[in-house]
Design a binder for this molecule. Structure first.
Ligand code: G3D
Ligand code: MG
Length: 182
């Protein structure tokens, strides 16, 4: 019998880095280029099987539109989150520089430091790329984050990003029943 886990996770990062596109790709397996701005916050549910560690995970993926105006919205967004995907757009350096701010904002709003996957998104736009892989890797290493390069457009490494986060969350909660807390 596979072990069952349930986690709430949050999508972090500047506007237009691909948070909604990646969530949609992962939970519904399509890329909807007509999808416009996320209104407020919302979540999608996805079940994932990790055969190598014989685990089944139910993920509640929370997506938020930019910086919410109301503190209460932001608190609700972060409440109970057990992991995060922090995205930037490899074609816009500003979104990479802001990763530091997102990290601080998240840890300020959470009781504990949670596992984070740093996601360098839009790697399909190789010709417009301005943030090199080494820069992302170095930032991730320095902060103890997992580093993944992805494209929500092609689907490259999308499932891997979520699966890697799951593995880390499971490692951190083995032998406890905290994962049932959402
Ligand atoms: P956000 O939720 O972080 O604000 P979105 O970002 O998911 O809304 O994506 C913002 C724009 O980037 C969208 O374009 C979307 O199609 C595009 N995008 C997202 N991920 C990728 C990717 O991996 N590769 C490429 N090439 N584009 C991507 P529009 O034009 O609809 O605003
Ligand atoms: Mg969005």
């Amino acid at each position: 019998m596979p072990a069952e886990f349930r986690y709430k996770i949050v999508m972090l990062g500047d506007g237009a880095v691909g948070k909604t596109a990646m969530t949609t790709r992962f939970t519904q397996n399509f890329f909807d280029s007509d999808y416009k701005r996320t209104i407020g916050s919302d979540f999608a549910i996805k079940r994932l099987t990790l055969e190598d560690i014989d685990a089944k995970v139910t993920l509640q993926v929370w997506d938020l539109a930019g910086q919410p105006r109301f503190e209460s919205v932001r608190q609700g967004f972060y409440r109970g989150a057990r992991g995060g995907l922090l995205l930037y757009d490899v074609t816009r350096r500003r979104t990479f520089l802001n990763v530091e701010n997102w990290k601080e904002e998240a840890f300020k709003n959470l009781k504990n430091e949670i596992p984070i996957v740093l996601v360098a998104n839009k790697v399909d736009l190789e010709d417009s790329r301005v943030v090199a892989p080494e820069e992302g890797e170095e930032f991730a290493k320095k902060n103890g984050f997992i580093y993944v390069e992805s494209s929500a457009l092609t689907g490259e490494n999308v499932e891997e990003a979520y699966a890697n986060l799951c593995r880390t969350m499971i490692e951190g909660t083995k032998n406890s029943d905290q994962s049932k807390a959402i």
